[in-house]
Write a protein that binds this ligand. Structure first.
Ligand code: BGP
Length: 481
């Protein structure tokens, strides 16, 4: 019998509000934390500032001006054949400061129009509630998610948008890559995810755990509420899965790899199982952490488990406990004997992201075995420098090769291993501002946007070779790769 992907498989594309929309102060929008990060580069990480500096170039501010150009962009998505489009709602468009009781109607109207336009063109919206964005004032006045008040603000925001769009959106995700906060204090993610900066007298890890748990409680409350608003809603977690392999067969390497993974699984374990894992409770006890939670919050975690696990997959990692000088790499917080090292069996992108398609099949299998829930690959893609040919074309065979190899492994997981996968939405379907570097020229898109790292360009759109390739993939439901 011929093995085929399900007819309803959701081929799509993914983006996030602050990386594409622009119009950062239009129609009553408030400032979000994404609006106050510096530009960064390939070698410098973006920095967090204490507010908007005048005359400084912030790449998110105009992004690719999707806010004004979405109608034309959606025509390109339609011709591409997208069945779904993943984007996020900018919280600060709906609640400019975050703590108001009444929403900004103009912000709601923008998303009403956007979702109508998608639906009219046969494209289903898949919506993230918070993709690395929180109204800036919630950081400034409340200190971000370490403050429990943010739970109520988030639930109120979700309540408003889920009611408003209940007949337009079926697939929701709560917090983008919530588990990246496990990277620790200096990660840009602790800022963008939970808007937490650590004070001098605080223990970073304890604060990050508190903020993360508050977010997980908020997420669970929203899952429960969403199902009351519309029982047909499918509400998922959004995780970054970077499988960490042991560098050698040395048992200690295996144990270190498993401990690193556990630290990141903390988030999806709570999302999917509704309880704080025993390994985390033990860790808190041993470190003397006083994490604040109530019986009723524990009950909320139980009542708000997710319908599916959405996740991003870009690369795998490797860890070792060996001391030989042949291996080099940075230390992992909390695992003093373990180091992240290069995997000699895989290549890396220009930004050092290890390219490992088999790792995607491995993730699909291990995560499904862990939770028994449907999975949704809501990000996967290849950041690269693209060049215009003399004829003005973009021959991005390297991107096609990356995507093709990953889709092949995804198909094995679905068709040979029996893993239920809802859909696949490659990241940055249209060129956008890179989150990590703030660059335009780390491109992921199948649609080129004329804009450079300094913000110069016409913003003209142009299809790449990968666009034509993906069109065939979708038309053949993944048969022609
Ligand atoms: C994920 C984020 C996205 C996106 C992507 C690529 O972590 O969810 O927002 O940007 O990675 O990362 P970058 O833009 O740093 O290349």
């Amino acid at each position: 019998m011929k093995k085929e992907l399900p007819r309803e498989f959701l081929w799509g594309g993914a983006v996030a509000a602050h990386q594409i929309e622009g119009a950062w102060q239009e129609a009553g929008k408030g400032i979000s934390i994404a609006d106050v990060m510096t530009a960064g580069s390939n070698t410098t990480q973006r920095q967090i500032t204490d507010g908007v500096l005048p005359d400084t170039y912030y790449p998110n501010h105009e992004a690719i001006d999707f806010y004004h150009r979405y109608r034309e962009d959606i025509q390109l998505f339609k011709t591409l054949g997208l069945k779904c489009f993943r984007t996020s709602i900018s919280w600060a468009r709906i609640f400019p400061k975050g703590d108001e009781t009444l929403p900004n109607e103009a912000g709601l109207q923008f998303y009403d129009d956007l979702f109508d336009e998608l639906l009219k063109n046969g494209i289903e919206p898949v919506i993230t509630l918070s993709h690395f964005e929180i109204p800036y004032q919630l950081y400034e006045t409340y200190g971000g998610f370490k403050n429990k008040k943010l739970i109520d603000f988030f639930v109120n925001y979700a309540d408003v948008v889920m009611r408003r769009f209940k007949d337009k959106v079926s697939y929701w995700l709560t917090f983008n890559e919530i588990n990246n906060q496990a990277d620790g204090q200096h990660s840009l993610h602790t800022w963008t995810n939970s808007a937490v900066l650590i004070e001098a007298d605080e223990i970073a890890e304890e604060v990050i755990y508190q903020a993360s748990l508050n977010e997980l409680i908020a997420s669970a409350k929203v899952v429960k509420l969403g199902h009351e608003i519309n029982p047909a809603f499918k509400i998922g977690a959004m995780m970054a899965y970077v499988p960490v392999y042991p560098f050698s067969a040395k048992p200690e390497d295996q144990m270190a790899a498993s401990k690193v993974m556990e630290r990141r699984y903390f988030y999806s374990d709570i999302h999917a199982r509704g309880v704080i894992p025993s390994y985390t409770l033990k860790d808190w006890e041993q470190k003397g952490y006083q994490i604040d939670y109530t019986e009723s919050e524990l009950q909320s975690l139980k009542e708000g488990t997710v319908d599916y696990i959405g996740f991003s997959y870009y690369m795998s990692g490797t860890v070792t406990t060996q001391k030989e000088e042949t291996v080099s790499g940075h230390k992992i917080p909390d695992f003093p004997n373990a180091k992240v090292v290069k995997n000699p069996y895989v290549k890396a992108s220009d930004w050092g992201w290890q390219i490992d398609p088999v790792g995607l099949r491995y993730v699909l299998n291990t995560v499904y075995q862990r939770y028994n829930l449907p999975l949704f690959i809501v990000e996967n893609g290849f950041g690269a420098y693209d060049k215009l040919s003399d004829e003005g074309q973009i021959h991005d065979g390297y991107r096609i090769a990356y995507l093709k190899a990953h889709i092949q492994e995804m198909k094995k997981a679905i068709l040979d291993d029996g893993v239920p996968v809802i859909g696949y939405t490659p990241w940055g379907i249209i060129d956008l501002v890179s989150f990590g570097t703030g660059e335009m020229e780390k491109r992921y898109g199948m649609i080129y946007v004329d804009k450079d790292n300094a913000g110069k360009g016409t913003l003209e759109r142009r299809i790449k070779e990968s666009y034509t390739w993906y069109q065939k993939v979708i038309q053949s439901n993944g048969e022609e790769l």
